[in-house]
Design a protein around this ligand. Sequence first.
Ligand code: ADP
Ligand code: MG
Length: 711
Amino acid sequence: MKKLGLVRDIDLALHLPLRYEDETRLTPIGTLAEGDAAQVEGEIRDCRVEHSRTRRHLVARVRDASGELVLRWLNFYPSQQKQLATGRRVRVRGEVRGGFLGLEIVHPVLKVVEPGAPLPTTLTPVYPASAQLPQAYLRKVVESALRRVALDELLPADVAPPGLPSLRESILALHHPAPGVPMSALEDRTHPAWQRLKFDELLAQQLSQAFAQAERARLRAPPLQANGVDHLRAKLAATLPFVLTRAQQRVVAEIERDLALDKPMHRLLQGDVGSGKTVVAALAAATAISAGWQCALMAPTEILAEQHFRKLVGWLEPLGVGVAWLTGSRKGRARQAMLGAVASGEAALVVGTHAVIQDDVHFARLGLAVVDEQHRFGVEQRLALRAKLGAHGAGSARSAAPAGREAAALEPHLLMMSATPIPRTLAMTYFADLDISTLDELPPGRTPVVTKVFADDKRAQVIARIRDELARGVGRQVYWVCPLIEESESAEGSASQALDAGPTGMMGRSSGRRPPADLQNATDTHAELSAALPGTMVGLLHGRMPAAEKAAVMSLFTEGQMRVLVATTVIEVGVDVPAASLMVIEHAERFGLAQLHQLRGRVGRGTAASVCVLLYTAPLSPTAKERLRALAETNDGFEIARRDLEIRGPGEFMGARQSGDALLRFADLGTDAALLARAREMAPRLLRESPEAAAQHVARWLGSRSDYLKA
Ligand code: ADP
Ligand code: MG
């Protein structure tokens, strides 16, 4: 129950039915037709176990005045047979199908009843349930919670849209619809009771964001300002091998303005793949460091963390900055030495995976935390990060707090980076407490990647194409990507979650482990390509390899000795190998749009014209077809995000980025725009006029979930 957020009575009262079952009517058996979903009542005529060559079925016959129906169980307990004694009166429900012996219901819902037992008068609710939390149990606990819970109206009369029922009426009406209410209005959520609950939910969300904003305004951070012409930031900018784009200059200025303030920055830097976010982070780090504070940079995978580490060492060590490297696979004495350097402040910049926020890591003076590809960190990790930053962060350097604020602990500034842009209106709805900077320009000299879509019967031609590409000389390298959903790095827990990969992932969250068949796919392809390309070093990279092995493969590929790399989505985020000019993605239909765009972003990073081949296995679902078409038609990450939103709808779109259950459960930003507009308008008024009621409303709706909104 806790996992589903069902802790308080109000949580159960707000655990609303997904749909309903109609048990209010009985259908005479004689009038049943194939395909009907129906409830019938009658007497058991006989019940026996039928043996076929491979299976045992339990088969019963039930009869009413109009006819006879077969009930069939493919799995059963001996006790079930006893329950179905001849002459018993039963009420059964299910879908009718044509069987060998006439009409039958397989695995009916069955209840033994007394003759003349009354039918329910209202629809029966069906709650979101799980294997561990069965429907019958949920019905019972929701029922008793409804008897206890206080559902008094908290909002002044004119806040909710006019004409809608009260909160109490709405909740009761949805758990137990009155007789005659059409099931369709309940299930498509257009009923006034649904409107009221959706409005209240949206209002709670808007209010909680306003609270989060107010809370942040009270926090204090060290103002990070480096004065003088020869401070570290200026030196770094001068040594870069390229000129910053105008977009980069603009966002660097936005970030520096925030850093100079004595309240914590909370900024999301979004920019398409390859737009050059890393150097922006490096410049922000330089500003923090030259102001005398430490900076932490976190990446979701070891591969990416290591790549950042190399790049930053190259840029900053010549300028006298100590850079440390912390990941889960670093153990023993090396780790102790690093921890020492972090605690003493000797390491001004600490790069790593989320190992950077483990309990035993203590910063001397943490002034800035940068989270790269933040959407790839799980919600739990993001919460842990926020907690860690609040508790430890800059707080240990209280003596440096400006005079007069000595009591207030200092929080570090926070910069989050993401390559999957969120359209502005959505961002405003979901992240009121987040400022956004956008890199809307790519560095010059990039040739757009050409994307081609083929069915997988063209596989042999594609392999021939790889041979041609390699023959065009050094400086041409190839990625071959195989789908593998479960990519947690075993040494560290789930550092990355391929949330929108594949058919299950498209539903918001990937559900558990995928069969190892996926991994087989990558190893098979590796063998196939090795055989087809004699004399070429073909590598294999996947999330379940030991970190050292991954690093070794990656460095061979980065240095160009290994020219073909068969990889799972471990390479999805951030990996930067400019010589890679061809990418093949097999089973492209299994990936989400944002993820395909991210993957494609691994090529086209150098000067060579690059190609991305999407191989799919027919038949394509309509949405998969749309995804592949969108990808072939545009290279623009913002356009891709717009299409993704269109294909999936806002709930799913955001669900893959945030925690699905933490955010909107009932309202849908697509269809409920009018309710959202009213919630946005009412939230500030309520805060002004009845702040108490506003706080109670948020507590009622979000309870412990409100934390999630900060993640
Ligand atoms: P992303 O935004 O996807 O994280 P990166 O920071 O990895 O992009 O940058 C992609 C590549 O572009 C890197 O090789 C980086 O050094 C290079 N780069 C960044 N900014 C510029 C620039 N202004 N001009 C030329 N190259 C740049
Ligand atoms: Mg990056």
